[in-house]
Design a protein around this ligand. Structure first.
Ligand code: UDP
Length: 262
């Protein structure tokens, strides 16, 4: 009598990359998860964020950011380097999820369809207002519950939470950049009455037209980091020119079982 080999265990839904639990899902699956969260009544908000090579080394170095990212319901692979790392580490992500203007359009279209209003938090004064104006101009059915810039003092945080709750927003979009956005949302998650909070980094600047958005071929060829480096060299050179080699080195060490976190 032959005994069938037991079926291979299902691949885990998340894979650890430098201490970050990276979710192995597609953008469509994430959108479906948001849809569920928007329909659900009450409960703790869902919290989504992303990780790229820069975020992963930040997480490996800084425990508070690592803890804040670990508190997310979904951390998706925003950079091709992270997708590559998940392959090397034995739990490949199905795709890179890069939320640009098109994906943001899908997200807010879903909100409009569900009658779910959106609060935009982040960027310099005026940025979130401009994003709101542009989004609503393209889809009059969308309700923007409120906006707030991202440069508030720690003592103003409770008032910002209150303002978001009073607005009745269902989705909070944060553009405070890592690590601030993750630490902020993780700290206030229990007090926030939204259905979902989604960190989007510098996207608000791009949608507002304050920073150039890379053309589609740049995205397709995964050289967005190079494009951003050329458009904002002073702010970003350290992140990419030092960060990418460090990321590759640390992932190689993790593969060999030698990576240690701070
Ligand atoms: N930002 C903010 N408050 C702060 C620091 C940054 O609102 O205290 C905003 C900043 O104006 C910019 C974004 O955060 O819009 C920076 O995001 P970044 O480009 O670093 O994120 P990425 O998209 O690269 O992950």
């Amino acid at each position: 009598m032959t005994v069938d080999a037991p079926p291979a265990p299902p691949a885990p839904p998340r894979i650890d990359v430098l201490g970050v639990p990276v979710a192995r899902l597609t953008f469509e699956e994430l959108l479906a998860q948001l849809d569920d969260a928007l329909r659900r009544a009450g409960g703790r908000p869902e919290y989504y964020t992303y990780v790229n090579a820069y975020g992963a080394i930040l997480a490996a170095r800084e425990a508070p950011y690592r803890a804040a990212v670990a508190g997310a319901d979904v951390v998706y692979a925003d950079g091709i380097g992270v997708v590559w790392a998940t392959r090397l580490l034995g739990g490949p992500c199905p795709e890179r999820i890069n939320v640009g203007p098109v994906e943001l359009g899908r997200i807010v279209d879903l909100c409009a369809e569900r009658g779910a209003s959106v609060f935009l938090l982040g960027g310099a004064p005026g940025i979130a207002d401009e994003v709101a104006r542009r989004l609503v101009a393209e889809r009059p059915g969308l309700q923007i519950a409120g906006v707030h810039h991202g440069y508030f003092a720690p003592e103003e945080e409770a008032a910002v939470v209150q303002r978001i709750n009073d607005s009745g927003a269902a989705l909070l979009i944060l553009g405070l950049g890592p690590p601030k956005q993750e630490i902020w949302v993780n700290r206030h998650l229990a007090a926030l009455q939204v259905h979902a909070a989604w960190c989007m980094g510098g996207l608000l600047d791009q949608v507002a037209g304050a920073v150039a958005y890379p053309p589609e071929w740049v995205r397709r060829n995964h050289v967005q980091w190079l494009y951003r480096l050329m458009t904002e060299p002073r702010r970003l050179w350290r992140r990419y020119l030092l960060g990418i080699p460090e990321f590759i080195g640390r992932v190689a060490l993790q593969r060999l079982g030698l990576e240690r976190q701070a």
